[in-house]
Write a protein that binds this ligand. Structure first.
Ligand code: AMP
Length: 398
């Protein structure tokens, strides 16, 4: 599945491109169609799964095609940090579209309060708010929520843990009955079910199982420029005696060219890709399983379902776009309680993707230094925008 399948507005797709989003994550695949179909939704998903974009994208798309002259969407988040992060994603996606947002959170001085009040008076399509501050602003009578169309509760379990239950119900008393309500929560304890039964109307339910890599996998990463990847791989093989290795690359063209390059540095490697006949695939797997073949190179079709024990090294030559695929890829090693190593090469463009992986596995993967003779490496700064968003050439759709 790709983002094209959702038939989002062209300009929104440009925003997605600029943010480096190529392929929807599992929660996005499941949640976006439900939200586009105006149904209420209860979704169980953790940070790192792409949950924010799962609700923000369809909402922005709906706002673009509506006549948006009033406050359209309220997103409630437990903390100021999360509210700011959500607002940043909304602004990133709506870079090319006329959709506006404001974050309303507590703390700060009187100036921030006044600034938020002014912004609220000026109006916005989307408000992202923490409950306490929103209630204060509601009490001052400056926000009209009576025409609201979408209400989203993000990290609902954390909000309840922080004691916001009554505040949430109070805020809901200001909302119109006829609205779409979406609840995201990392866990589904009974108190969330009770809240959901009060505020959602015949919701669809989605749950994304959390995948975590096995404990026996030693995860490492190198920050590299593309030109350093092959010499680095050569060094890794020289320094260790790996018997059975899988190297993952992003596309089958890349897989094929890697096979050629690895031969040049003296590695016996073959590639596994979708152009092979079934019989060729089976022969290749048998060769690999019986240790006659040391290195197998493949795309993500290799990451799910191949069943070979004793793989001692998995190399991610490119960072997979979908964080879940990282877990599947490195899960090819350290099977059945054994030990294994997973090494990922991160170029400058893939840093954001790798950051999403670290968020999903809730772990920072150690970044090793390159051998000195390879020269300097890129600095890890995944939250930095690397280039200005590209120019928009497409005409705006009417
Ligand atoms: P979240 O679970 O919403 O906190 O997202 C975690 C990280 O994954 C954020 O840095 C997002 O920008 C990133 N992300 C979410 N969806 C995608 C996607 N489809 N492609 C690439 N990155 C994504």
């Amino acid at each position: 599945m790709t983002f094209d399948d959702f038939q989002f507005d062209y300009d929104l797709m440009d925003g997605l491109d600029a943010m480096g989003f190529n392929k929807p994550t599992p929660i996005q695949e499941l949640a976006i169609p439900v939200i586009l179909a105006h149904k209420d939704l209860i979704a169980c998903a953790q940070t790192g799964t792409g949950k924010t974009a799962a609700y923000v994208l369809p909402i922005i798309d709906k706002i673009i095609s509506s006549n948006h002259s009033h406050l359209n969407t309220l997103i409630l988040a437990p903390t100021r940090e999360l509210a700011v992060q959500i607002d940043q994603q909304v602004q990133g996606f709506s870079y090319y579209v006329p959709v506006s947002s404001i974050a309303i959170y507590g703390g700060g001085d009187g100036a921030i309060w006044d600034q938020q009040k002014k912004a609220l008076k000026a109006g916005a399509d989307i408000i992202i708010a923490t409950p306490g501050r929103l209630i204060s602003q509601l009490a001052s009578g400056d926000i009209k929520l009576d025409k609201l169309e979408h209400f989203i509760l993000d990290e609902a379990d954390r909000m309840l843990d922080m004691g916001f239950y009554d505040d949430i119900l109070k805020i809901i008393s200001y909302l119109p009955k006829n609205r779409q309500t979406i609840l995201f929560s990392a866990t589904m304890p009974p108190k969330i079910r009770t809240l959901a039964s009060k505020i959602l109307d015949k919701p669809e339910e989605i749950s994304i199982a959390i995948s975590k890599p096995a404990e026996g996998i030693l995860q490492q990463a190198y920050l590299t420029y593309d030109a350093q990847k092959i010499p680095l791989l050569s060094e890794i093989f020289k320094a260790n005696s790996y018997q059975s290795v899988i190297i993952f690359a992003g596309t089958k063209e890349r897989v094929k060219s890697l096979q050629f390059e690895l031969k040049r540095i003296g590695l016996k490697a073959k590639s596994f890709h979708s152009d092979l006949e079934q019989k060729e695939r089976e022969d290749l797997m048998n060769e690999f399983r019986s240790r006659k073949l040391q290195v197998l190179i493949g795309t993500d079709i290799l990451s799910r379902g191949i069943d070979v024990d004793g793989i001692d090294l998995v190399v991610n030559f490119d960072v997979p776009p979908d964080p879940e695929d990282y877990v599947h890829r490195i899960g090819r090693t350290a099977r059945a309680e054994s030990k294994g190593t997973a090494i990922t090469f991160i170029n400058e463009k893939d840093q954001r993707r790798f950051h999403a992986i670290e968020a999903l596995i809730e772990k920072e993967v150690p970044k090793l230094s390159l051998p000195i003779f390879l020269g300097g490496a890129p600095v890890y700064a995944p939250n930095t925008r690397r280039s200005e968003p590209k120019q928009r050439f497409k005409p705006r759709r009417k």
